[in-house]
Unconditional design. Structure first.
Length: 145
């Protein structure tokens, strides 16, 4: 179970914030995921980057390694959380992720990540991103080279 530095269990929005603030560091991103977690992401993400539906912490980790390696430079990612909300066992964050593509070129997009937590463990994640905006930036970065 995840706890704060004071020993109290983290709220669902604190768990969500912890995940997104670890962007670029897959092992840190999965620290609070249950072994049988499910992770859904906008279906327009190419499957070779990240499957739309993933089950199990190991599979999520493999997807995140592809995202923060093949697509983005993991050492150049920053996150700005705009809102974090908890309602019962559901947490949500709206955030901006910025950085660089692994092939060069600037990246910035708005995201929303929702999760369900049980006993301090994240059991379900829903991630929403504007993939059309991401694709446009990938093409722009490629044409700048």
């Amino acid at each position: 179970m995840s706890t704060s530095s004071m020993g109290a269990a983290l709220s669902p929005s604190e768990l969500a914030t912890r995940i997104v603030q670890a962007a670029g560091h897959p092992e840190r991103m999965i620290e609070n995921l249950a072994p049988d977690v499910t992770w859904w992401i906008t279906p327009s993400i190419p499957a070779q980057v990240m499957e739309s539906f993933t089950s199990g912490r190991g599979e999520v980790l493999a997807n995140l390694h592809r995202v923060f390696g093949d697509l983005y430079d993991p050492n150049k990612m920053t996150v700005e959380v705009h809102h974090a909300i908890t309602d019962g066992n559901i947490g949500a964050v709206r955030f901006k992720m910025s950085g660089e593509f692994s092939t060069g070129g600037f990246y910035e997009n708005e995201y929303s990540l929702w999760l369900e937590a049980i006993d301090g463990w994240v059991v379900r994640v829903w991630e929403y991103v504007d993939m059309a905006h991401t694709t446009a930036q990938i093409y722009a970065a490629a044409s700048d080279r």
